[in-house]
Ligand binder design. Structure first.
Ligand code: GDP
Ligand code: MG
Length: 609
């Protein structure tokens, strides 16, 4: 297939508007997957994706399609496919917009899917601008027109007023009933430009993604921008200069299908003896080892918005967790990992994530796919502190900020975001209250149609990391949609909040909070801990403190748990069994100083904002 017979496109949409379902239908329509293959959302391969109904990793599939031109072309066989189409499915959740912009780098156009009943939502706006800024052709698709509440005309008006898209160009579809789907691929061919690369130039190939496969080793997803690549070729990385030999090469159709060659404009995979995904740098330009080329513009590096400590949940298993994390980051290059040590929890890792959902998903994948048992500490955002000696540090772990550092803190900053919220106007009141409780500044307030409002707020990242989205959904009965982009650091008034158990600070429970919220957060943390720490052999005091000032306190009184009291002396085996059982129970505890803390206590602390 020459480039003019190739189209690379992506589907972008607000979550739940039907991207994955539409992708399935297009794969079926082209015979790439069988109809009724029993697994909806074919491209959502991960267990987390299926359970949560979200797409986390962008996936690619190559399809072959017969396009009927207006004039009959005598030279072509009647029904043989004459176009090669690469579809890149993208995640819809805000946390993963990094994956979206990565996928778009390999595309010349997008299908912008909008639910015919719900209309344009916050992520529709965000995704539209990602595509628009990359100069991609945008085909609006109004989906779910089978729904009784569908109102395509209303959506058309929104597309016109918000994005200046010609409403006559919108496709109307139902990915459920199949209505209108026959126009989708012909529109892709007619309205999205062919990939612009040069066939006779030296190879330039963008590394889109990589993952580790048990049998094949590192598999790279690549987009060939210029030139061509064959099996056996020697390629080099622009970033590292390392040279590799291509041992397997092909397309995702939708499973890996060897083709021996990838030509200009194609998207496919290569296996080239890379040892670890650390060598496969996403955004890198690969070229023939013998030639030199100008690297392609890469991607913006992933920005880590949320940090959390990950520790082995039963103490002994550091190596197992280490192994699991190493393996998983092979498939999720957007997580940053450094080793750290906590006095309370021992050896672990400080991980940076794109957002809270990303953190949850990473945690869940570690447990489900790699069998690791993980305990995570209170998430934090990267703050900047300036000390009296003029030095500035970025703090990703609250414990690293000493309560009494000898030098005093003279100023601090916290990261902020610009949030876009779209909602029906009857919910405006409670949402404004929520945003001001979360220390937000309103930047914009406008009607996008008579009953719907778009608001923009500058909010501290810290305030949206924990539970903002859920709260927003609940006060608007699910009608508000939300997205954000990161903005600059703002000057702030921050304090470190310590948790003390029996007078001893537990480093893994320290957090950094805004001064005005310290009292309430301290109280909540202490209350939660009291609920989750069992009575033990001795009295336990739980305190929250800022420096040496105690701001909240609770006590758990002593109790002797005597599991043997019901055994009347004699039965030794029974006694032993009970003691074993008690030991089992203790396994899921963390001993901090002299206090046993159940896993749930740590988990509950995550939810305090
Ligand atoms: P995504 O989050 O954008 O990938 O959305 P999904 O493809 O997972 O679809 C979300 C939900 O909408 C699923 O329950 C689909 O079955 C449903 N859905 C998708 N397309 C249609 C459609 O055209 N009509 C109706 N009624 N439901 C649809
Ligand atoms: Mg999906």
């Amino acid at each position: 297939y020459p480039p003019e017979r190739i189209r690379n496109f992506s589907i972008i949409a607000h979550v739940d508007h039907g991207k994955s379902t539409l992708a399935d239908r297009l794969l079926e329509l082209t015979g790439t997957i069988k109809k009724g293959h029993g697994q909806p959302q074919y491209l959502d391969k991960l267990q987390v994706e299926r359970e949560r109904g979200i797409t986390v990793k962008a996936q690619t599939a190559t399809m072959f399609f017969r396009h009927k031109f207006q004039q009959h072309e005598a030279t072509e066989k009647e029904n043989a496919p004459n176009f090669l189409l690469n579809l890149i499915d993208t995640p819809g959740h805000v946390d993963f917009s990094y994956e979206v912009s990565r996928s778009l780098a390999a595309c010349q156009g997008v299908l912008l899917v909008v639910d015919a009943a719900q209309g344009v939502q916050a992520q529709t706006v965000a995704n539209f601008y990602l595509a628009f800024e990359s100069n991609l052709a945008i085909i609006p698709v109004i989906n779910k027109i089978d729904q009784p509440t569908a109102d395509p005309d209303r959506v058309k008006a929104q597309l016109k007023s918000l994005f200046d898209l010609d409403p006559n160009h919108a496709l109307l579809t139902s990915a459920k009933t199949g209505q209108g789907l026959e126009h989708v691929l012909p529109s892709v061919i007619d309205r999205i430009p062919a990939p612009p690369g040069k066939c006779d130039s030296p190879l330039r190939m963008l590394l889109l993604d990589s993952y580790y496969d048990e049998y094949k080793g590192v598999i790279c997803h690549v987009a060939v921008v210029d030139g061509a690549l064959c099996k056996g070729d020697k390629i080099a990385s622009s970033a590292t200069g390392h040279v590799y030999e291509v041992s397997d090469i092909g397309i995702m159709h939708p499973e890996l299908t060897p083709t021996g060659v990838l030509l200009t404009g194609q998207v496919g995979y290569i296996v080239s003896g890379m040892r670890s995904t650390a060598e496969a740098r996403v955004g890198d330009t690969l070229h023939q080892a013998k030639s030199t080329v100008l690297p392609l513009p890469g991607f913006k590096p992933a920005k880590h918005m949320v940090f959390s400590g990950l520790y082995p949940a039963d103490g002994s298993d550091f190596d197992a967790l280490n192994h699991a994390i190493e393996r998983l980051i092979c498939n999720d290059a957007s997580v940053s990992v450094t080793k750290e040590t906590s006095t309370a929890l021992g050896m672990g890792f400080r991980c940076g994530f794109l957002g809270l959902l990303h953190m949850d998903v990473f945690h869940q994948r570690l447990e489900q796919e790699y069998g690791a048992k993980v305990l995570s500490t209170i998430p934090t955002v990267p703050y900047i502190f300036e000390y009296s000696d003029g030095s500035k540090v970025k703090v990703q772990n609250p414990a690293a900020l000493a309560s009494n550092p000898g030098k005093s803190v003279t100023a601090c900053w916290e990261p902020s975001v610009i949030a876009t919220i779209i909602l029906p106007c009857e919910y405006v009141g409670p949402v404004i209250t929520l945003c001001s409780e979360r220390r937000g500044d309103q930047l914009e307030y406008s009607f996008i149609e008579s009953q719907r409002v778009l608001m923009k707020y500058q909010l501290p990242l810290r305030e949206i990391v924990v539970d903002f989205y859920n709260e927003l959904k609940s006060i608007t009965s699910g009608y508000a949609s939300f997205d954000y982009e990161d903005a600059e650091y703002q000057k702030s008034d921050l304090v470190k909040l310590d948790i003390l158990l029996n007078g001893q600070a537990v480093d893994a429970m320290a957090t950094i909070v805004h001064n005005l919220k310290a009292q309430r957060v301290g109280r909540e943390l202490v209350d939660k801990l009291k609920k989750f720490i069992d009575r033990q052999m001795f009295e336990i005091s739980i305190q929250a403190a800022i420096g040496s000032r105690i701001i909240a306190r609770e006590t758990i009184s002593a109790m002797r748990k005597n599991v043997l009291s019901k055994c009347y002396g004699g039965d030794v085996t029974r006694k032993r069994k009970l003691l074993e059982k008690q030991k089992e129970g203790k396994k899921r505890m963390k001993r901090v100083g002299s206090v046993d803390i159940p896993q749930e206590a740590f988990h509950e602390l995550l939810k305090v904002s």
